[in-house]
Design a protein around this ligand. Structure first.
Ligand code: HGY
Ligand code: MN
Ligand code: MN
Length: 422
């Protein structure tokens, strides 16, 4: 153990509360490789130190704090944890709840006198939301090899800063990161064992991002699957012109094509029982008294199956293309990331959900993406626990979980780790 007593759940939660919080909206801006990210990482490293956990970094921004038992330290570990970054103006729980709960679960296990027979790691994956570099689960994709460093290094944020430069600059934030990613994972470079070789299984605890657990009257649940989802950039190009002097019939206005496409996306998704959202827009030149020359919009689409997702996107692109023809504009669509269906290990989900005081935990699907989906797709047996969210609101300052439910979640995670690391 480190020199001082570890903080409990509520203390850790209140430590994190001010970090990256907007005084205007009350929401969080915790973008990766920024000053606030450095504060979040320093906090995590300090918490790991208080528990005597050994922190490893991998040069991609991912961290793991290991509880290594005297016997079994060489065995593959049970990994838990989540992420500390947020969407723009996000809630407090999406990500941090999984990290704080994991540290608190280690404390619970120790207070029970439990000694694991294999290492237990608490992970923090970088840029899960893709809020800065556009690609969700960036850290876990790099850690598993789902994305190569060569493909990732030149990703750019909205100010044109590359991922490579952002990572290099983060050394000035007091982060204990190894720089110069080499494809190895967690501190060893290219010759290090891969994630799959070091990790037996992964469990991510997460705030629920819908109301399924509320409807079922359950404080915690287990994930069955993640819907396929993707991000698609729509570049609508037209012709800039004067807002007053250009006759309506002479215009080539990309905003019109975009507007109709947003309506079409909503209509198509409703009709098919799927999800489609345009939540980000860039307009050039973005002047009040000029017809825009270009509108760039990002579609987030999610479907119940890979085929349903492909059909949904095809239908939206088809309507957008027709409309562009009528508006005299042009459209280019670029899929920026498409993530296939993830079905979590059903035997593991059933095992973790069964035989609890008060009955089995519900096993439910989610339409949100997670690092757990990336690790599962990499062949690592993976499970997720969800904690009830009273309103189901997420990716918003309104996101919430009651403290009593969070503590049930900590205890559920401790039980789960005990089953896996016994
Ligand atoms: O966007 C998502 O589904 C996730 O919350 N990152
Ligand atoms: Mn999220
Ligand atoms: Mn999340």
């Amino acid at each position: 153990m480190g020199g001082s007593m570890p903080d409990d759940f509520e203390r850790m939660w209140s430590d994190l509360a001010p970090l990256g919080r907007s005084s205007v909206s009350g929401g969080y801006f915790r973008q990766p490789f920024t000053g606030v990210d450095g504060e979040l990482r320093s906090w995590f490293i300090a918490q790991a130190g208080r528990r005597g956990l050994a922190v490893e970094a991998d040069g991609f921004g991912n961290l793991v704090a290991w509880w290594r038992p005297d016997r079994g330290a060489d065995r593959r570990g049970v990994l838990t944890g989540s992420h500390l970054d947020s969407v723009l103006d996000g809630g407090a729980y999406d990500g941090p709840l999984g990290v704080v709960s994991a540290l608190a679960a280690v404390d619970v296990l120790r207070s029970r006198g439990f000694v694991p027979s294999r290492p237990i790691g608490v992970s923090v994956f970088a840029e899960e939301e893709g809020s800065r570099f556009g690609l969700a689960c960036l850290g876990s994709r790099l850690a598993t090899g789902a994305l190569s460093w060569d493909a990732a290094r030149s990703l750019r944020d909205r100010d044109g800063v590359s991922l490579e430069d952002a990572l290099a600059a983060s050394s000035g934030l007091g982060l204990e990161l190894e720089l110069g990613p080499s494809g190895g994972w967690l501190g060893g470079g290219a010759a290090a064992p891969s994630l799959r070789e070091r990790v037996e299984c992964f469990v991510e605890l997460h705030v629920e991002q819908g109301r399924d657990l509320v409807d079922r009257g359950a404080a915690v649940g287990v994930a069955s699957e993640i819907w396929p989802h993707g991000r698609y950039r729509f570049d609508f190009t037209g012709s800039a012109n004067h807002a007053g002097t250009t006759r309506m019939e002479d215009r080539r206005d990309p905003m019109l094509t975009y507007a109709m496409t947003a309506l079409a996306a909503n209509e198509q998704a409703r009709a098919a029982g799927q999800r489609a959202t345009f939540g980000r827009l860039e307009v050039a030149p973005n002047g009040t008294n000029a017809i825009p020359s270009r509108v760039t919009a990002w579609l987030d689409a999610r479907g119940s199956t890979d085929g349903a997702l492909a059909d949904l996107v095809d239908a939206i692109v088809g309507q957008a293309t027709d409309r562009a023809g009528r508006d005299g504009t042009s459209l280019e669509v670029t899929p920026e990331s498409v993530t296939g269906a993830v079905v979590f290990d059903p035997a593991l989900a059933t095992r973790l959900a069964a035989d609890h005081e008060g009955g089995d935990w519900p096993v439910i699907p989610t339409m949100a993406g997670h690092d757990a989906g990336i690790l599962s797709a990499a062949g690592i047996p993976t499970a997720m626990l969800f904690v009830r969210n009273p309103t189901g609101v997420s990716h918003s300052p309104e996101e919430h979980a009651e403290i009593a439910d969070c503590l049930v979640g900590v205890s559920a995670l401790a039980d789960t780790l005990e089953r896996l690391a016994r």
